[in-house]
Design a protein around this ligand. Structure first.
Ligand SMILES: [Zn+2]
Length: 497
């Protein structure tokens, strides 16, 4: 390689370096808070786009066989040597370029990226390299038998979620999408899960402690979640606090729990431990759990008539998990869980344990319709959400279902008319999501002021929508192709110019 080649770079790369220099030299002290946020956002967008640019360069590196020519052998080794990257970093970048880069066939024709939606969003700076990595990891797990259309729909949904969520939020959404893509469990069914189940109590150590590990079935999870939602709440069952409520019956007031929560310094793991300990005491047990946010503490399953008709697929639990329909029905026969069945309009048809639920019908309807906190990006399942007024009671809001929504305590506290506050609205018929609750973010998060919905708890609905979008696009393309063919057939010479 000549020294000439070594020094060659493009003028654009020089301009990029100049722009970064200018940013370093600029004084930030006079920039207002909103300006700092805007600058952070702009730099983040550029960083994301630069990562996508990296894929382009890596495609060149590989298609020109540069690693082989310079003796590095593989692109990973080439990156390690040229950029002094760690092995893990180099592997991750090559893998990302394979899935997100635009490669060419032997004739030089550009091929669509393997994850085309992800690649497009990253190149536009809408999602980060981290988002893309998590999306690739999830799509890798989609069973082979899933159709190309559904696979693309799943990717599209994940990209859509990634635009308003952190990479940490994606795996859970991915689990649910895969559960819906593989509803009959062709890959993993209840028998497989039953085989995998197990809880191992390790040998008690000299310090008195015992390790515990294992894997639990969706059903045990569905039964355990409500117990933890009630007894592992901050303030409950705290052995360090003599005033902490240990009984779960409804004589414990909200104020008592809140006061105890303010004194509670335990970790989530410690609270889970103490909740199990409390639950296993002879005077407790499942019959004495009382209610949690107005509904009995037991597994709450919601499913629609269509889902029940198919008797396949999964039902959603109020704690955000999924259980296969045959398993849920088996448990429902013993009337232990609350089984809420909804018609196509989302109206309750059957409420197990009817009389205890009389005044909780609205909450159940909200659980079925909204499934969790409605603020965009929030993962809190229905068990961690309370019913809130969209137009506050004090401002004339009614307690009709149209004016109610689920929000977790954290998100509800973000709602205010002040400059940093979120606002909620019921979306009208002209929206993509009529009847759903839209949240308007404060300007430092979303300067457009356009209300957004939480897509997190609705993977099935999203898949249907994405499928119809893909179908519409394919029909459009086919129509365009047919028209193009027609013009060529009628005027072959004119069409060529
Ligand atoms: Zn929330």
């Amino acid at each position: 390689m000549s020294s000439n080649e070594e020094a060659f770079t493009t003028p654009e790369a020089g301009q990029l370096a100049d722009a970064v220099d200018a940013l370093f030299e600029a004084s930030l002290t006079a920039v207002p808070e909103s300006g700092i946020a805007a600058l952070l956002r702009e730099i983040e967008t550029s960083t994301r786009r630069l990562a996508a640019l990296g894929h382009r360069l890596l495609v060149e590196v590989c298609e020109r066989s540069i690693p082989q020519r310079v003796g590095a052998g593989s692109p990973v080794r080439y990156l390690e040597e040229t950029l002094l990257l760690s092995h893990a970093d180099a592997v991750a970048r090559v893998k990302a370029a394979k899935q997100l880069g635009t490669w060419h066939d032997v004739g030089g024709q550009a091929l669509d990226a393997v994850l085309a939606h992800t690649a497009k969003a990253q190149a536009a700076g809408e999602i980060s390299a981290d988002h893309a990595r998590v999306i690739a990891k999830i799509t890798d797990r989609i069973p082979n038998g899933v159709s190309r259309e559904d696979r693309e729909a799943a990717e599209q949904i994940l990209v859509e979620l990634a635009r308003s969520a952190t990479p940490d939020d994606l795996p859970k959404a991915g689990e649910r999408i895969i559960a819906h893509l593989d509803p009959d469990g062709t890959l993993t069914d209840d028998t497989d899960r039953a085989r995998m189940r197990g809880v191992v109590l390790g040998r008690q150590r000299a310090d008195g402690m015992s390790p515990i590990k294992g894997e639990i079935t969706p059903m045990l999870r569905a039964l355990l979640d409500p117990v933890l939602a009630k007894l592992a709440r901050p303030g409950m069952c705290n052995p360090d606090d003599p005033q902490s409520p240990w009984t779960a019956d409804d004589s414990v007031t909200r104020e008592q729990v809140e006061e105890a929560a303010a004194r509670d310094n335990r970790s989530v793991a410690q609270r889970n431990h103490d909740a199990l300990q409390a639950f296993l005491r002879p005077e407790m047990g499942p019959d004495n759990l009382g209610s949690h946010r107005g509904l009995p503490v037991s597994a709450i399953f919601t499913m629609s008539v269509a889902e029940l008709d198919q008797a396949a697929g999964v039902v959603t639990t109020a704690s955000g998990g999924t259980v296969s329909i045959p398993e849920a029905l088996k448990l429902a026969e013993k009337a232990l869980p609350v089984l809420a069945l909804f018609d196509h309009q989302g109206m309750p048809l059957h409420l197990g344990r009817g009389k205890r639920l009389a005044n909780a019908a609205q909450r159940l309807a909200l659980i079925a319709a909204e499934r969790g906190c409605t603020r965009p990006g929030c993962n809190a399942p229905a068990t961690l959400a309370a019913v809130h007024h969209i137009t506050e009671w004090a401002e004339g809001g009614t307690t009709d279902i149209e004016n109610l929504t689920l929000a977790c305590d954290h998100c509800h506290a973000l709602v205010s008319d002040g400059p940093g506050g979120w606002r909620t609205v019921k979306l009208g018929g002209d929206s993509d999501f009529p009847g759903r609750t839209g949240w308007i973010a404060p300007t430092h998060i979303n300067p457009t002021g356009i209300p957004r919905v939480n897509l997190r708890h609705h993977s099935k609905e999203l898949i249907t929508q994405a499928r119809s979008r893909i179908r519409a696009r394919e029909e459009r393309d086919a129509l365009r192709h047919r028209r193009w063919l027609a013009t060529r057939a009628h005027a072959p010479v004119a069409a060529a110019f």
